[in-house]
Design a protein around this ligand. Structure first.
Ligand code: HEM
Length: 202
């Protein structure tokens, strides 16, 4: 008789726990036809800006900095702002960011998982922006450009750190909760920015 034990990593658990939410978000974003024109893509950039403004405090979070050595260079807010500037859009007017500096580490890891995962999936979006809108790493699609190590390797180095973070068993649910809340937040920004009717994007 043989025994099998399957160890599911934290990142795999997060993927499974948020799979249907991601799927629905992905369909919603693509249904908005964000690659139809640069104006449409600008609305997607505004979603990204709103989300990354929400999470900006994560990139100076002491607990995360101790776990993820290259955390600061994973921050994409400034690149999204440049993409918006390239395409002639202003910055979306502000609201209080959803995340503040005191966020607990397990929740912070869940939020960061969503931001980093969107960067992995962003490789697909980068190719579409390049092929359909002639945007690139120095104009309009800076924040979607792959890391010099390659998007997959950059993702693996993040999930390795995420999976190695020492947490108590009781904290695992908070990581998932952080990721779910992050996805809900992105979704709410999508509903704000990606409506069917053309709008001014100033
Ligand atoms: C801005 C909203 C989005 C967020 C927050 C987001 C989030 C994520 C997350 C967390 C992952 C990692 C899943 C894992 O654990 O492996 C991921 C992967 C992925 N996403 Fe998204 N995503 C977004 C939009 C999209 C859109 C619009 C597409 C449309 C093509 C997309 C396509 C993908 C793909 C293809 C992957 C997997 C990449 C791979 O395994 O190589 N995502 N995304």
């Amino acid at each position: 008789m043989s025994t099998h034990s399957t160890v599911v990593s934290r990142s795999q658990q997060l993927k499974a726990a948020t799979h249907s939410t991601h799927d629905s978000l992905d369909k919603r974003v693509m249904a908005a036809d964000i690659f139809a024109s640069r104006d449409s893509f600008t609305r997607f950039l505004r979603v990204q800006y709103r989300f990354h403004r929400d999470i900006d405090a994560l990139y100076s979070h002491h607990g995360l900095l101790a776990l993820i050595p290259d955390l600061a260079e994973r921050r994409r807010l400034a690149r999204i702002a440049l993409d918006l500037q390239d395409l002639g859009s202003g910055i979306p007017t502000g609201s209080t960011p959803a995340v503040d500096a005191n966020i607990a580490l397990p929740d912070a890891l869940g939020w960061l998982y969503v931001a980093e995962g969107s960067n992995l999936g962003g490789a697909v979006l980068f190719k579409l922006a390049r092929d359909r809108l002639q945007l690139h790493a120095d104009f309009g699609a800076r924040h979607l450009a792959a890391h010099a190590d390659g998007a997959a390797q950059h993702w693996r180095s993040f999930t390795a750190a995420l999976d190695a973070a020492p947490l108590a068993a009781a904290q695992e649910a908070s990581v998932v909760e952080g990721a779910r809340t992050a996805f809900q937040t992105v979704r709410s920004h999508v509903e704000t920015e990606l409506h069917a009717d053309p709008v001014a994007v100033t």
